[in-house]
Ligand binder design. Structure first.
Ligand SMILES: [Zn+2]
Length: 212
């Protein structure tokens, strides 16, 4: 599962789980210095979280995992740094990555909602130059971890935005995940998962049911 991956992934997945347990999209991110592999900052999606904490984004759609990791930076920008995130960055987070001069984005799961976005950035000299290198999604032996990373935000979408474009696109792209989420929503067991403390236990619980 997470063991065997680089340390930033553990941080990102722990943030993602804490985000999901608290009723958010369930996405986590870490900013890393590639020179020594140290974690510079981390953040989680807090869009549905109404209590405010100083220095953190919460309670609205600016409160994405990457944005919170950026907000926690103790330096002017993220020049040369890498971002590890459990879900492919959205239009806001990749734009901010370019503004902050992030060098490389690593993502565990793809987001079909933003497919083709890179074509857009190629149309302007600044964004063409600033677009970070990208690695992802996980495949092969880590494909089920990618499914878990997609499961968390997708379950939020299917629960709270049924019938919307994001729901329809996710269902078309991930029919097996959609079936699993529908089952967990129908019998209410999705809320039992929220009582699980650690991402490792959550992964062990869901692992046999995740598509490969
Ligand atoms: Zn985002």
């Amino acid at each position: 599962m997470i063991a065997g991956l680089e340390q930033p992934w553990r941080v990102a997945f722990e943030e993602a789980w804490a985000s999901w347990v608290a009723g958010n999209f369930g996405i986590g991110a870490a900013v890393v210095d590639p020179a020594d592999g140290s974690i510079v900052s981390s953040g989680r999606n807090r869009v549905a979280q109404t209590e405010r904490e100083p220095g953190l984004l919460s309670g609205n759609m600016t409160a994405h995992a990457e944005m919170n990791a950026f907000a926690a930076l103790d330096r002017f920008n993220a020049e040369g740094l890498h971002v590890y995130t459990t879900l492919e960055p959205c239009i806001m987070c990749i734009s901010t990555s370019m503004l902050l001069k992030v060098a490389h984005v690593h993502f565990a799961a793809g987001d079909e909602f933003y497919e083709g976005l890179d074509d857009l950035w190629g149309g302007h000299a600044l964004t063409r130059e600033r677009l970070p290198a990208a690695t992802g999604p996980f495949t092969g032996e880590h494909a089920r971890l990618a499914a878990f990373a997609r499961f968390l935000p997708m379950s939020f979408t299917l629960r709270h935005f049924p019938g919307r474009t994001a729901d329809q696109r996710a269902r078309t792209e991930h029919p097996e995940l959609a079936a699993l989420i529908d089952e967990l929503l129908a019998d209410g067991s999705i809320d039992d998962l929220r009582t699980i403390d650690t991402v490792d236990t959550a992964l062990a619980t869901l692992w046999p049911r995740l598509p490969r």
